[in-house]
Write a protein that binds this ligand. Sequence first.
Ligand code: 13P
Ligand code: SF4
Length: 368
Amino acid sequence: MGLLEELTADTVSIPESILKLSTEEMKNRVWEIKKTLGKRLFIPAHHYQKDEVIQFADAVGDSLQLAQISSRNQEADYIVFCGVHFMAETADILTGNHQQVILPDMRAGCSMADMADIHQTESAWKTLGDLIGDTIIPLTYVNSTAAIKSFVGKNGGATVTSSNAHGMVKWALSEKERILFLPDQHLGRNTAADLGVRLDEMAVWDPIQHKLIYEGEIKDVKVILWKGHCSVHENFTLKNIDDVRGKYPDMNIIVHPECRREVVEKSDYNGSTKFIIETISQAPPGSSWAIGTEMNLVKRLINEHMDKKIISLNPYMCPCLTMNRIDLPHLLWSLENIIDGHPKNIITVDEDVSANAILALDRMLARA
Ligand code: 13P
Ligand code: SF4
């Protein structure tokens, strides 16, 4: 859902009957409804969700894990997705027609996914095709709209997530001379650089100026990066790294590859949400870590690993605002609507969009 749609979305205020409940009463009611609905209800939650939501999750995962879990679940009638809009769309694409995917708050979008719309993508594709012919395969980060996934599927490409980006970029480069990587320039650049693609072999497509930006010769361009970014991960800077190194010289720095290239290059480790969680879990007691990723997850890691010193790489970091839209009152409201027989905020991807999007997702899931 784009920013305009988010602002004008039917945000349906939470009824007074829910808002007047204490946190304890809301929690008890959610447990009660979960018990009543049993296996008819499934609640997947992304690692960036708040603890007040995570406690009710039937599965917690990163984008790839949640896509895989959704594709396996054929049992639940209602999938109440605690994450953002593109994740709920993916779940709808991968689940059966008998299942309803519900997003507890329609304002839970993703600013990165909003940075590539289908019209911009189609016109970029045409311009690039005129410039360099049929030499490009599109790849899209799952953090994109269903329409973009569909475009990518139709044009022989695949989706990627931060935990399989290396394998997918390698695969794509074996299929065609060049990749168009949407919508996160940083994940695209960091992954391609790890695979040995030089920075001067990468160009940036600016969808606002409708222009390809590159140095050197166009024939040498191997990766075309869509000029999009995550507004959360872009907030980690070289100054944050210098500050941490100055204050805690022995501290390990680990960041998500949605961070800028220079931040990834200067940190000790970089990898997906799953990689960050596993690295911290396996680290020896007493070790110290500055983490460059979303704040709800960093806070959870701090609480779960009291035997390690963990801080956020940026001390002024906030959680992802759109992920944070999903809270206990919205979760309860969604569940009450199901119980009342009138589920709301059902995410439905059109059949024709879904048919091509599934090609892109299946190409990824076959290799994941
Ligand atoms: P992953 O879950 O793939 O690590 O992505 C991080 C993210 O920004 C999700 O919105
Ligand atoms: Fe989008 Fe970044 Fe928030 Fe993930 S963390 S939902 S990529 S804005």
